[in-house]
Design a protein around this ligand. Structure first.
Ligand code: SAH
Ligand code: SF4
Ligand code: F3S
Length: 375
C-alpha cells in the first residue's frame, strides 16, 4: 500500500506533512512519488492567498478521473483551507470523490479516520474548533539535513490582511521540556545538521504560558544541548524582537546569523492599516541593532504590495526602505482579499494591474541589490 502527499503553503505545512507521512508509515503505507499509484493521496492545503486556494481546488478536481479508475483510492484533503468550516463543507459538496476532509486541529486523528473510512466506506467530514497540542505523533522527516521543530501554534496578531489567526486559532506554546526532548532526540540521530524552529511569531513564545520562559531563554537552552548542530528560526515579528534575542544570537555560535523579519510595507500609514504595531523607524532601528551586533547577518523579508489605500507614494516609501536595508532576500506578494479579515472590507482596494506592476518592480530591485552585493 502506497501514499502520496501534496503540500501547499508555509514551512508549518511542510512539517505537518512530515507528521502525516509519519502517521501513514506507522499504518504500513510506503511513499510513492506518483499520484496515480497511491492508495492514499493527501492534499495538505494553504489558505493564505486566493492563488493558493485556486491551485488546490484545480488539483483536487483533477483527481476525479483517477478515482474512477481506482474507486478504492482514498483521497484526503486537510490543512488550512479545510480548517475553515465553510470551505470544508464546500469541498465536501463540490467533490463527491473526496473521501476524508479534516482540518489542522484534528490532524492527529488521521489514522482513525482512514480506518473508519476503510471499514464502513462512508465519506467523512471531521472538524474541531479548538487547537490542541498533541505530543508524540510519529514524524517522517523529508527536509534533508534540516529538521523542523514547532515551538508554538496559532497567532494572536490579527494583521488585518491575514487569515492565519482565524484558521489556526490563538497562540499556544509547546512545553519547553517537550521541545528540548524532541531536539535532543534529533541531535542524537546524527542525521541532521540544522534545526529550524517554527512558529507564526516565534518572538512571543511563552507569552501564553510564562512558566515556559521567553524565546531567548528557549534558544539559550537549546544551544546548551551538546552536539554538533546549527539553529535557526522563523518567523520573527518586528514588534516583539527583543534586545535579549539579539544578544543570544550574537553570543551563540550554534545560532545561524540570519533572520527573516517581515516588514510588509515601508509606509507608516499602511503599517497602521495593517495593524502591524510598529513604525518604519522602529523597524529600521532593529535592523541597525542586528547589524551592529552581527555585521554579516543575512536579513530577508516579506512585503505585500497593493494593500487597500496604498498609493504610489506609499509604494515609493517601501522602495526606499528596501533600498536602504539592502535585503539578502525578499518575498513580495500581491495583496489578496481574504474573507472574514478586516482588510476585506476596507475602502480603496487596488487594481490587479497596479499590484502586478509593483510586485515586478520589487523583484527587479531585489535582483539589482543582489548584483550590487555580488551574489
Ligand atoms: N507569521 C508570519 C508569516 C505569515 S504568512 C509573519 O507574520 O510574518 C507569510 C506572508 O504571507 C506574510 O508575511 C505576508 O507577507 C503574506 N500574506 C499574508 N496574508 C496575505 C494576503 N492576504 N495577501 C497577500 N499576502 C499575504
Ligand atoms: Fe498573519 Fe500577522 Fe499572524 Fe503573521 S503575525 S500569521 S501575518 S496575523
Ligand atoms: Fe498557508 Fe496555513 Fe501556512 S494558511 S501560509 S499553510 S499557516
Amino acid at each position: 500500500m502506497q501514499y502520496h502527499i501534496v503540500t501547499y503553503g508555509c514551512q508549518m505545512n511542510v512539517h505537518e506533512s512530515e507528521k502525516i507521512a509519519g502517521i501513514l508509515q506507522k499504518m504500513g503505507y510506503t511513499y510513492t512519488d506518483k499520484r496515480k499509484d497511491a492508495d492514499v493521496i493527501v492534499f495538505n492545503t494553504c489558505a493564505i492567498r486566493e492563488g493558493a486556494e485556486d491551485r488546490a481546488f484545480g488539483n483536487i478536481g483533477a483527481l476525479k478521473q483517477q478515482k474512477k479508475e481506482n474507486p478504492n483510492k482514498i483521497i484526503v484533503v486537510c490543512g488550512c483551507m479545510t480548517q475553515q468550516k465553510s470551505v470544508a463543507e464546500k469541498i465536501f459538496n463540490t467533490f463527491p470523490f473526496v473521501d476524508i476532509i479534516l482540518g489542522t486541529h484534528n490532524l492527529f486523528m488521521l489514522e482513525s479516520l482512514i480506518k473508519r473510512k476503510i471499514a464502513n466506506r462512508k465519506r467523512i467530514l471531521d472538524y474541531l474548533d479548538e487547537t490542541n497540542i498533541v505530543e508524540g505523533l510519529p514524524c517522517y522527516r523529508t527536509s534533508g539535513k534540516n529538521a523542523w521543530v514547532n515551538i508554538m501554534y496559532g497567532c494572536n496578531n490579527f494583521c488585518t490582511y491575514c487569515i492565519v489567526p482565524y484558521v489556526r486559532g490563538r497562540e499556544i506554546s509547546r512545553k519547553k521540556q517537550d521541545i528540548l526532548n524532541e531536539i535532543k532526540e534529533i541531535v542524537s540521530t546524527n542525521n541532521y545538521d540544522t534545526i529550524t524552529l517554527l512558529g507564526q511569531n516565534v518572538n512571543s513564545y511563552g507569552s501564553d504560558d510564562v512558566s515556559q520562559g521567553t524565546f531567548s531563554e528557549l534558544l539559550q537552552d537549546i544551544c546548551n544541548i551538546e552536539g554538533d548542530f546549527q539553529l535557526t528560526f522563523m518567523t520573527s515579528h518586528p514588534k516583539d524582537l527583543s534586545d535579549d534575542l539579539i544578544s543570544v544570537m550574537k553570543e551563540n555560535d550554534k545560532i545561524i546569523k540570519e533572520i527573516h523579519l517581515p516588514v510588509q510595507s515601508g509606509s507608516n500609514k499602511i503599517l497602521k492599516l495593517m495593524n502591524r504595531k510598529y513604525t518604519v523607524e522602529h523597524y529600521l532601528s532593529l535592523i541597525e541593532k542586528l547589524r551592529q551586533a552581527m555585521p554579516n547577518i543575512r536579513i530577508t523579508t516579506d512585503i505585500i504590495v497593493g494593500f487597500p489605500q496604498e498609493t504610489e507614494e506609499d509604494f515609493n516609501q517601501t522602495v526606499q526602505l528596501v533600498k536602504s536595508v539592502k535585503y539578502d532576500g525578499i518575498f513580495a506578494f500581491m495583496y489578496s482579499k481574504r474573507s472574514g479579515t478586516v482588510a476585506e472590507k476596507m475602502d480603496g482596494q487596488v487594481d490587479d494591474e497596479i499590484k502586478n506592476k509593483r510586485v515586478n518592480y520589487l523583484l527587479n530591485l531585489e535582483k539589482e541589490i543582489k548584483a550590487q552585493k555580488g551574489k
